[in-house]
Design a protein around this ligand. Structure first.
Ligand code: DGY
Length: 323
């Protein structure tokens, strides 16, 4: 029997590419150049499975090609707002993602951004690198203490809970969260966490606010000008979820006007384009979407895609099926 044909849209860790080669007829992307819409459409017509990632827009237009052959889309990423899920469902496509394996690494990056923003670490490093540091000073680069402060989590899924554990058990932080559905009471108890009745309540109380809800139409610009004005002037906003949850122009206004003290971002509206005004601000820490970028995690993400793919072609239900 012929091996199923699989197209991988970006360069993956070699160890996982080798696993794919052993089981499938694979087209890899050695150059790591994102595929054009035309190339994605061609893959839809010529392969049995497409393995995209969060940088590939798998729109209805890409899926609606004539004589589509792809039946399975295995997204390399836990977030799948790059895929038009309604269109995939209508088309009868099976879509999977990669939950669990990136939880801790992404929570680590959220904690890193929180600490960097609180302690003005990016600004401090820029001072040192500029050659203008003249030595220690009693009032130099004073930031905010983290230990014992209040962390407000927007969303309370796996990554938010992992961050809450690190913040509560490691830094003695009080945990507030806002989520529409009732979470597991054992976790809430372990963290002595408090569920806020509204997002506005969380924003006005927390010293640090970290975004952990999915992106997409329902949460676009959830953090807008009006909500940023509810935050404490000493507060910091952290976003490792999806860029479009935060209105970038409103955030820039808030950072310039001092409505909040700082922000730490790993994700951006319209990335990889970055609002150029972010680059001229001192009270911001910017990372290039590296939440899951550890060797262990990226291999584990690839392996998760492979096991979903194998399950699908062996006639089983893939563990991480989204639709
Ligand atoms: C995801 O998986 O959704 C991240 O944004 C990329 O690791």
């Amino acid at each position: 029997m012929n091996k199923p044909k699989v197209v991988v849209t970006r360069k993956w860790p070699v160890a996982v590419e080798n696993q794919l080669k052993a089981r499938f007829d694979v087209q890899l992307n050695e150059t790591d150049q994102p595929m054009s819409v035309e190339a994605l459409k061609h893959a839809m017509q010529t392969a049995d499975a497409l393995l995209p990632t969060v940088t590939d827009a798998i729109s209805a237009d890409v899926m609606n090609v004539a004589a589509r052959q792809v039946q399975f889309i295995g997204n390399f990423g836990v977030g799948y707002n790059n895929i038009d899920i309604n269109a995939a469902q209508q088309q009868g496509l099976v879509v999977t993602n990669t939950p669990h394996v990136l939880t801790d690494c992404t929570a680590d990056i959220a904690m890193l951004l929180l600490l960097m923003s609180a302690r003005r670490a990016a600004e401090a490093e820029r001072l040192l690198l500029s050659g203008n540091w003249t030595g220690w000073g009693p009032t130099q680069l004073m930031g905010q203490k983290v230990t014992g402060k209040t962390l407000g989590l927007i969303g309370f899924g796996r990554i938010a809970q992992a961050m809450a554990k690190k913040a509560h058990h490691g830094f003695g932080m009080k945990i507030l969260f806002y989520v529409p559905s009732e979470p597991d009471s054992a976790i809430v108890e372990d963290l002595q966490a408090v569920r806020c009745q509204s997002l506005d309540e969380l924003l006005s109380e927390a010293h640090f606010v970290s975004v952990h809800c999915p992106g997409g139409a329902a949460t676009r610009h959830l953090i807008n000008e009006q909500r940023l004005q509810l935050m404490r002037p000493s507060a910091h906003l952290i976003n490792t979820a999806r860029g479009d949850v935060v209105d970038s122009n409103a955030l820039i206004k808030a950072l310039k006007a001092g409505w909040i003290a700082g922000a730490g971002l790993d994700v951006y509206e319209g990335e990889p384009q970055i609002n150029p005004e972010f680059l001229s601000l001192n009270n911001i820490t910017l990372l290039p979407h590296i939440g899951s970028a550890s060797e262990e995690t990226r291999i584990a993400m690839g392996e998760r895609v492979v096991s979903n793919l194998v399950a699908y072609f062996d006639g089983h239900e893939p563990a991480d099926r989204v639709v």
